[in-house]
Design a protein around this ligand. Structure first.
Ligand code: NAD
Ligand code: ZN
Length: 367
Protein backbone atom coordinates (compact mmCIF):
# COMPACT_ATOMS: atom_id res chain seq x y z
CA UNK A 1 0.00 0.00 0.00
CA UNK A 2 1.20 3.51 -0.80
CA UNK A 3 1.33 6.21 1.88
CA UNK A 4 1.04 9.86 0.86
CA UNK A 5 2.60 12.70 2.83
CA UNK A 6 1.87 16.26 1.74
CA UNK A 7 4.44 19.04 1.98
CA UNK A 8 2.35 22.15 2.67
CA UNK A 9 3.99 24.95 0.74
CA UNK A 10 0.95 26.81 -0.60
CA UNK A 11 0.83 26.88 -4.39
CA UNK A 12 4.06 24.86 -4.46
CA UNK A 13 2.70 22.08 -2.23
CA UNK A 14 3.61 18.58 -3.33
CA UNK A 15 3.06 14.94 -2.45
CA UNK A 16 5.59 12.41 -1.26
CA UNK A 17 4.41 8.94 -2.27
CA UNK A 18 5.97 6.09 -0.30
CA UNK A 19 5.64 2.36 -0.91
CA UNK A 20 6.62 -0.54 -3.14
CA UNK A 21 6.04 -0.54 -6.91
CA UNK A 22 6.27 3.20 -7.49
CA UNK A 23 8.90 2.89 -10.25
CA UNK A 24 6.49 0.78 -12.27
CA UNK A 25 3.70 3.34 -11.66
CA UNK A 26 5.90 6.41 -12.12
CA UNK A 27 4.59 7.27 -15.59
CA UNK A 28 0.99 7.43 -14.40
CA UNK A 29 1.84 9.37 -11.22
CA UNK A 30 3.94 11.95 -13.06
CA UNK A 31 1.63 12.33 -16.07
CA UNK A 32 -1.28 13.01 -13.72
CA UNK A 33 0.62 15.97 -12.22
CA UNK A 34 2.54 17.14 -15.30
CA UNK A 35 0.49 16.29 -18.40
CA UNK A 36 2.50 16.09 -21.63
CA UNK A 37 5.85 16.32 -19.85
CA UNK A 38 9.12 15.00 -21.34
CA UNK A 39 11.95 13.98 -19.04
CA UNK A 40 15.66 13.50 -18.54
CA UNK A 41 16.55 10.84 -15.95
CA UNK A 42 19.67 11.74 -13.97
CA UNK A 43 21.18 8.75 -12.18
CA UNK A 44 24.47 7.09 -11.24
CA UNK A 45 25.97 3.88 -12.59
CA UNK A 46 25.12 1.76 -9.51
CA UNK A 47 21.48 2.77 -9.54
CA UNK A 48 21.25 2.62 -13.33
CA UNK A 49 22.44 -1.00 -13.32
CA UNK A 50 19.65 -2.00 -10.95
CA UNK A 51 16.72 0.30 -11.78
CA UNK A 52 17.10 2.42 -14.93
CA UNK A 53 15.38 -0.05 -17.28
CA UNK A 54 12.37 -0.40 -14.98
CA UNK A 55 12.05 3.37 -14.66
CA UNK A 56 12.28 3.89 -18.43
CA UNK A 57 9.50 1.31 -18.85
CA UNK A 58 7.47 2.75 -15.99
CA UNK A 59 7.58 6.21 -17.55
CA UNK A 60 6.79 4.87 -21.03
CA UNK A 61 3.76 3.06 -19.60
CA UNK A 62 2.39 6.52 -18.72
CA UNK A 63 3.30 7.87 -22.15
CA UNK A 64 6.39 9.72 -20.89
CA UNK A 65 9.52 9.92 -23.02
CA UNK A 66 12.88 9.92 -21.22
CA UNK A 67 16.57 10.46 -21.95
CA UNK A 68 19.07 8.99 -19.44
CA UNK A 69 22.08 10.90 -18.08
CA UNK A 70 24.28 8.41 -16.18
CA UNK A 71 27.05 9.70 -13.91
CA UNK A 72 29.78 8.22 -11.73
CA UNK A 73 28.60 7.26 -8.22
CA UNK A 74 29.92 9.09 -5.16
CA UNK A 75 30.15 12.49 -3.48
CA UNK A 76 32.67 13.75 -6.07
CA UNK A 77 29.79 13.87 -8.53
CA UNK A 78 28.38 16.92 -6.69
CA UNK A 79 30.76 19.05 -8.79
CA UNK A 80 30.74 21.83 -11.38
CA UNK A 81 31.91 19.31 -14.01
CA UNK A 82 29.02 16.94 -13.36
CA UNK A 83 26.60 19.91 -13.24
CA UNK A 84 27.76 20.91 -16.70
CA UNK A 85 27.25 17.37 -17.94
CA UNK A 86 23.66 17.35 -16.67
CA UNK A 87 22.92 20.81 -18.05
CA UNK A 88 24.31 19.83 -21.48
CA UNK A 89 22.35 16.56 -21.41
CA UNK A 90 19.08 18.32 -20.59
CA UNK A 91 19.61 21.00 -23.24
CA UNK A 92 20.65 18.56 -25.96
CA UNK A 93 17.48 16.57 -25.26
CA UNK A 94 15.71 19.86 -26.12
CA UNK A 95 13.71 19.90 -22.92
CA UNK A 96 11.69 23.05 -22.18
CA UNK A 97 10.94 24.76 -18.87
CA UNK A 98 7.70 22.78 -18.50
CA UNK A 99 9.55 19.50 -18.95
CA UNK A 100 11.10 17.67 -16.02
CA UNK A 101 14.42 16.53 -14.68
CA UNK A 102 13.93 13.23 -12.83
CA UNK A 103 16.51 12.38 -10.15
CA UNK A 104 16.83 8.60 -9.73
CA UNK A 105 19.41 8.00 -7.02
CA UNK A 106 20.70 8.85 -3.58
CA UNK A 107 21.28 12.30 -2.13
CA UNK A 108 24.20 13.00 -4.43
CA UNK A 109 22.06 12.61 -7.55
CA UNK A 110 19.07 14.40 -5.99
CA UNK A 111 21.14 17.42 -4.94
CA UNK A 112 22.91 17.69 -8.30
CA UNK A 113 19.87 17.05 -10.53
CA UNK A 114 17.72 19.39 -8.45
CA UNK A 115 20.28 22.16 -8.81
CA UNK A 116 20.43 21.62 -12.58
CA UNK A 117 16.61 21.71 -12.73
CA UNK A 118 16.66 24.91 -10.69
CA UNK A 119 18.91 26.80 -13.08
CA UNK A 120 18.34 25.42 -16.60
CA UNK A 121 15.87 27.68 -18.41
CA UNK A 122 15.54 29.58 -15.09
CA UNK A 123 13.88 26.65 -13.38
CA UNK A 124 12.45 23.48 -14.85
CA UNK A 125 10.10 20.97 -13.28
CA UNK A 126 11.83 18.53 -10.98
CA UNK A 127 10.84 15.05 -9.80
CA UNK A 128 12.63 13.20 -7.00
CA UNK A 129 12.84 9.41 -7.11
CA UNK A 130 15.09 8.75 -4.10
CA UNK A 131 16.76 5.31 -4.01
CA UNK A 132 18.79 5.38 -0.78
CA UNK A 133 17.17 5.39 2.66
CA UNK A 134 18.90 8.70 3.41
CA UNK A 135 17.44 10.23 0.27
CA UNK A 136 13.94 8.84 0.97
CA UNK A 137 13.79 10.25 4.51
CA UNK A 138 15.85 13.39 4.15
CA UNK A 139 17.52 14.80 1.05
CA UNK A 140 14.62 14.35 -1.41
CA UNK A 141 12.28 16.39 0.81
CA UNK A 142 12.54 20.12 1.37
CA UNK A 143 14.02 21.62 -1.77
CA UNK A 144 17.67 22.12 -0.82
CA UNK A 145 19.79 21.39 -3.89
CA UNK A 146 23.39 22.01 -4.78
CA UNK A 147 26.97 20.91 -5.28
CA UNK A 148 30.25 21.15 -3.38
CA UNK A 149 32.96 23.74 -3.88
CA UNK A 150 36.68 23.38 -3.21
CA UNK A 151 35.89 25.57 -0.16
CA UNK A 152 33.47 23.09 1.37
CA UNK A 153 30.38 20.92 1.02
CA UNK A 154 27.02 22.19 -0.28
CA UNK A 155 28.26 25.77 -0.70
CA UNK A 156 26.74 26.31 -4.17
CA UNK A 157 23.05 25.72 -4.77
CA UNK A 158 19.46 26.92 -4.77
CA UNK A 159 16.19 26.12 -3.06
CA UNK A 160 14.12 24.34 -5.70
CA UNK A 161 11.17 22.22 -4.61
CA UNK A 162 10.20 19.07 -6.54
CA UNK A 163 6.71 18.68 -8.06
CA UNK A 164 6.41 15.20 -6.57
CA UNK A 165 8.58 12.72 -4.69
CA UNK A 166 8.17 9.02 -5.54
CA UNK A 167 9.92 6.93 -2.88
CA UNK A 168 9.76 3.32 -4.08
CA UNK A 169 10.62 1.29 -0.99
CA UNK A 170 11.34 -1.78 -3.11
CA UNK A 171 14.52 -0.25 -4.54
CA UNK A 172 16.06 -0.28 -1.06
CA UNK A 173 16.52 -4.04 -1.47
CA UNK A 174 19.54 -3.39 -3.71
CA UNK A 175 21.04 -0.73 -1.42
CA UNK A 176 24.23 -1.91 0.36
CA UNK A 177 23.51 -2.78 4.02
CA UNK A 178 25.96 -0.19 5.31
CA UNK A 179 24.21 2.60 3.36
CA UNK A 180 20.82 1.47 4.72
CA UNK A 181 22.15 1.54 8.28
CA UNK A 182 23.65 5.00 7.76
CA UNK A 183 20.31 6.29 6.46
CA UNK A 184 18.65 4.85 9.55
CA UNK A 185 20.58 7.34 11.68
CA UNK A 186 18.53 10.13 10.05
CA UNK A 187 15.31 8.19 10.78
CA UNK A 188 16.23 7.98 14.47
CA UNK A 189 17.10 11.69 14.32
CA UNK A 190 13.44 12.67 13.78
CA UNK A 191 12.46 10.83 16.95
CA UNK A 192 15.23 12.51 18.88
CA UNK A 193 14.35 16.01 17.61
CA UNK A 194 10.74 16.17 18.74
CA UNK A 195 8.97 12.80 18.47
CA UNK A 196 9.73 10.75 21.58
CA UNK A 197 6.95 8.22 20.78
CA UNK A 198 8.54 7.60 17.38
CA UNK A 199 11.92 6.99 19.00
CA UNK A 200 10.33 4.54 21.43
CA UNK A 201 8.58 2.82 18.48
CA UNK A 202 11.94 2.48 16.72
CA UNK A 203 13.53 0.98 19.83
CA UNK A 204 10.87 -1.77 19.63
CA UNK A 205 10.51 -2.15 15.87
CA UNK A 206 13.89 -1.42 14.27
CA UNK A 207 14.37 -5.07 13.25
CA UNK A 208 11.18 -4.95 11.18
CA UNK A 209 12.28 -1.61 9.68
CA UNK A 210 15.54 -3.22 8.56
CA UNK A 211 13.70 -6.31 7.27
CA UNK A 212 11.40 -4.30 4.95
CA UNK A 213 7.63 -4.40 4.48
CA UNK A 214 5.04 -2.30 6.27
CA UNK A 215 7.25 -1.24 9.21
CA UNK A 216 9.84 0.14 6.82
CA UNK A 217 7.21 2.10 4.88
CA UNK A 218 5.82 3.40 8.19
CA UNK A 219 9.26 4.56 9.41
CA UNK A 220 9.93 6.35 6.12
CA UNK A 221 6.49 7.99 6.17
CA UNK A 222 6.92 9.18 9.78
CA UNK A 223 10.31 10.62 8.87
CA UNK A 224 8.92 12.43 5.83
CA UNK A 225 6.03 13.81 7.92
CA UNK A 226 8.51 15.11 10.47
CA UNK A 227 10.70 16.75 7.85
CA UNK A 228 7.73 18.11 5.85
CA UNK A 229 6.39 19.78 8.98
CA UNK A 230 9.66 21.57 9.68
CA UNK A 231 10.10 22.58 6.04
CA UNK A 232 6.55 23.96 5.80
CA UNK A 233 7.26 26.09 8.91
CA UNK A 234 10.66 27.34 7.77
CA UNK A 235 11.34 26.70 4.08
CA UNK A 236 14.49 28.84 3.86
CA UNK A 237 16.10 27.93 7.22
CA UNK A 238 15.77 31.24 9.01
CA UNK A 239 14.90 29.47 12.28
CA UNK A 240 13.46 26.10 13.23
CA UNK A 241 14.72 24.19 10.23
CA UNK A 242 18.15 24.18 11.91
CA UNK A 243 16.77 21.51 14.30
CA UNK A 244 17.29 19.07 11.43
CA UNK A 245 21.01 19.54 12.07
CA UNK A 246 20.84 17.51 15.29
CA UNK A 247 24.05 15.47 15.37
CA UNK A 248 25.42 17.27 12.33
CA UNK A 249 27.80 19.75 13.97
CA UNK A 250 29.89 16.97 15.54
CA UNK A 251 29.09 14.73 12.55
CA UNK A 252 30.37 17.16 9.90
CA UNK A 253 33.52 17.76 11.96
CA UNK A 254 34.18 14.00 12.05
CA UNK A 255 33.52 13.68 8.32
CA UNK A 256 36.03 16.47 7.66
CA UNK A 257 38.50 15.02 10.17
CA UNK A 258 38.41 11.67 8.31
CA UNK A 259 38.94 13.42 4.97
CA UNK A 260 35.45 12.47 3.70
CA UNK A 261 36.88 8.99 3.26
CA UNK A 262 33.78 6.80 2.93
CA UNK A 263 35.83 3.73 3.83
CA UNK A 264 36.17 5.24 7.33
CA UNK A 265 32.94 7.16 7.79
CA UNK A 266 29.85 7.84 5.70
CA UNK A 267 27.55 10.78 6.46
CA UNK A 268 24.91 8.89 8.42
CA UNK A 269 27.55 7.23 10.58
CA UNK A 270 28.96 10.66 11.41
CA UNK A 271 25.42 11.77 12.29
CA UNK A 272 24.96 8.74 14.55
CA UNK A 273 28.12 9.56 16.51
CA UNK A 274 27.15 13.24 16.43
CA UNK A 275 23.70 12.56 17.91
CA UNK A 276 25.16 10.43 20.68
CA UNK A 277 27.69 13.19 21.43
CA UNK A 278 25.00 15.90 21.36
CA UNK A 279 23.06 13.97 24.01
CA UNK A 280 26.16 13.23 26.11
CA UNK A 281 27.21 16.90 25.84
CA UNK A 282 23.72 18.03 26.89
CA UNK A 283 23.98 15.75 29.92
CA UNK A 284 27.39 17.18 30.76
CA UNK A 285 25.89 20.69 30.62
CA UNK A 286 23.16 19.47 33.03
CA UNK A 287 20.48 20.06 30.42
CA UNK A 288 19.48 16.43 30.05
CA UNK A 289 19.70 13.26 32.11
CA UNK A 290 22.67 10.93 31.50
CA UNK A 291 20.07 8.14 31.26
CA UNK A 292 18.73 9.70 28.05
CA UNK A 293 22.24 9.87 26.61
CA UNK A 294 22.74 6.22 27.53
CA UNK A 295 19.42 5.31 25.88
CA UNK A 296 20.50 6.93 22.60
CA UNK A 297 23.89 5.21 22.71
CA UNK A 298 22.27 1.86 23.43
CA UNK A 299 19.88 2.15 20.48
CA UNK A 300 22.61 3.14 18.03
CA UNK A 301 24.76 0.27 19.30
CA UNK A 302 21.81 -2.16 18.97
CA UNK A 303 21.40 -1.35 15.27
CA UNK A 304 25.17 -1.63 14.86
CA UNK A 305 25.79 2.03 14.10
CA UNK A 306 28.94 3.68 15.48
CA UNK A 307 28.13 5.95 18.45
CA UNK A 308 31.47 7.15 19.84
CA UNK A 309 34.66 8.50 18.33
CA UNK A 310 36.50 5.29 19.28
CA UNK A 311 34.24 3.45 16.78
CA UNK A 312 35.98 5.18 13.86
CA UNK A 313 38.83 3.14 12.38
CA UNK A 314 42.24 4.82 12.28
CA UNK A 315 43.63 7.86 14.07
CA UNK A 316 41.58 11.03 14.66
CA UNK A 317 42.99 14.53 15.04
CA UNK A 318 43.22 15.76 18.65
CA UNK A 319 40.44 17.70 20.42
CA UNK A 320 41.84 21.14 19.43
CA UNK A 321 41.87 20.20 15.76
CA UNK A 322 38.36 18.77 16.00
CA UNK A 323 37.15 22.03 17.52
CA UNK A 324 38.78 23.77 14.55
CA UNK A 325 36.61 21.69 12.20
CA UNK A 326 33.53 22.58 14.25
CA UNK A 327 34.40 26.27 14.16
CA UNK A 328 34.70 26.10 10.37
CA UNK A 329 31.24 24.63 10.17
CA UNK A 330 28.74 27.17 8.88
CA UNK A 331 26.63 27.13 12.05
CA UNK A 332 29.16 29.31 13.88
CA UNK A 333 28.65 32.99 14.50
CA UNK A 334 31.13 35.37 16.16
CA UNK A 335 33.00 33.00 18.46
CA UNK A 336 29.89 31.52 20.08
CA UNK A 337 29.05 28.07 18.74
CA UNK A 338 25.56 27.08 17.69
CA UNK A 339 24.59 23.51 18.58
CA UNK A 340 21.43 21.50 18.59
CA UNK A 341 21.22 20.37 22.21
CA UNK A 342 18.49 18.53 24.08
CA UNK A 343 16.57 18.43 27.36
CA UNK A 344 15.85 14.74 26.80
CA UNK A 345 14.61 12.26 24.19
CA UNK A 346 12.53 14.23 21.66
CA UNK A 347 13.26 17.62 23.28
CA UNK A 348 15.95 19.13 21.09
CA UNK A 349 16.47 22.87 20.81
CA UNK A 350 18.79 25.36 19.13
CA UNK A 351 21.48 26.63 21.52
CA UNK A 352 23.20 29.70 20.08
CA UNK A 353 25.77 30.56 22.74
CA UNK A 354 27.69 27.41 23.52
CA UNK A 355 31.16 28.41 24.80
CA UNK A 356 33.97 26.90 22.75
CA UNK A 357 35.82 26.09 26.00
CA UNK A 358 33.00 23.73 27.08
CA UNK A 359 33.08 22.02 23.72
CA UNK A 360 36.83 21.61 23.92
CA UNK A 361 36.87 19.99 27.35
CA UNK A 362 33.98 17.73 26.32
CA UNK A 363 35.91 16.65 23.22
CA UNK A 364 39.01 15.95 25.33
CA UNK A 365 37.02 13.73 27.70
CA UNK A 366 35.31 11.81 24.91
CA UNK A 367 38.14 11.46 22.44
P1 NAD B 1 24.73 8.63 -2.45
O1 NAD B 1 23.81 9.33 -3.34
O2 NAD B 1 26.17 8.69 -2.73
O3 NAD B 1 24.27 7.10 -2.37
C1 NAD B 1 25.01 6.20 -1.58
C2 NAD B 1 25.53 5.02 -2.40
O4 NAD B 1 24.46 4.11 -2.62
C3 NAD B 1 26.04 5.40 -3.79
O5 NAD B 1 27.14 4.58 -4.08
C4 NAD B 1 24.87 5.03 -4.71
O6 NAD B 1 25.30 4.70 -6.00
C5 NAD B 1 24.30 3.85 -4.01
N1 NAD B 1 22.86 3.62 -4.19
C6 NAD B 1 21.86 4.50 -3.99
N2 NAD B 1 20.69 3.90 -4.13
C7 NAD B 1 20.92 2.61 -4.44
C8 NAD B 1 20.11 1.47 -4.68
N3 NAD B 1 18.77 1.53 -4.56
N4 NAD B 1 20.71 0.30 -5.00
C9 NAD B 1 22.06 0.22 -5.05
N5 NAD B 1 22.89 1.24 -4.79
C10 NAD B 1 22.33 2.42 -4.50
O7 NAD B 1 24.57 9.11 -0.92
P2 NAD B 1 23.30 9.35 0.01
O8 NAD B 1 23.70 8.85 1.33
O9 NAD B 1 22.05 8.87 -0.59
O10 NAD B 1 23.22 10.95 0.05
C11 NAD B 1 24.27 11.72 0.57
C12 NAD B 1 24.21 13.09 -0.03
O11 NAD B 1 22.97 13.69 0.32
C13 NAD B 1 25.29 14.03 0.48
O12 NAD B 1 25.89 14.68 -0.63
C14 NAD B 1 24.55 15.04 1.33
O13 NAD B 1 25.14 16.33 1.32
C15 NAD B 1 23.20 15.06 0.66
N6 NAD B 1 22.11 15.49 1.54
C16 NAD B 1 21.28 16.47 1.09
C17 NAD B 1 20.22 16.88 1.87
C18 NAD B 1 19.28 17.92 1.34
O14 NAD B 1 18.44 18.42 2.10
N7 NAD B 1 19.35 18.27 0.09
C19 NAD B 1 19.99 16.33 3.11
C20 NAD B 1 20.84 15.33 3.55
C21 NAD B 1 21.90 14.91 2.76
ZN1 ZN C 1 22.29 14.36 7.44
Amino acid sequence: ATVTVEVGLGDRAYDILIGPGLIARSGAEIARRLPGVRTAIVTDRNVAAAHLDSLTEGLAAGGIESVPIVLAPGEKTKSFDALQEVVDGVLSARLERGDAVVALGGGVIGDLAGFAAGIVRRGMNFVQMPTSLLAQVDSSVGGKTGINSSRGKNLVGVFHQPRVVLADTGVLDTLPEREFRAGYAEVAKYGLIDRPEFFAWLEKNWREVFAGGAARTEAIAQSCRAKAEVVARDEFETGDRALLNLGHTFGHALEAATGYDSARLVHGEGVAIGMALAHRFSARLNLASPDDAARVEAHLAAVDLPWRMADIAGPLPDAERLLGYIAQDKKVSRGALTFILTRGIGQSFIARDVPASEVLSFLRENH
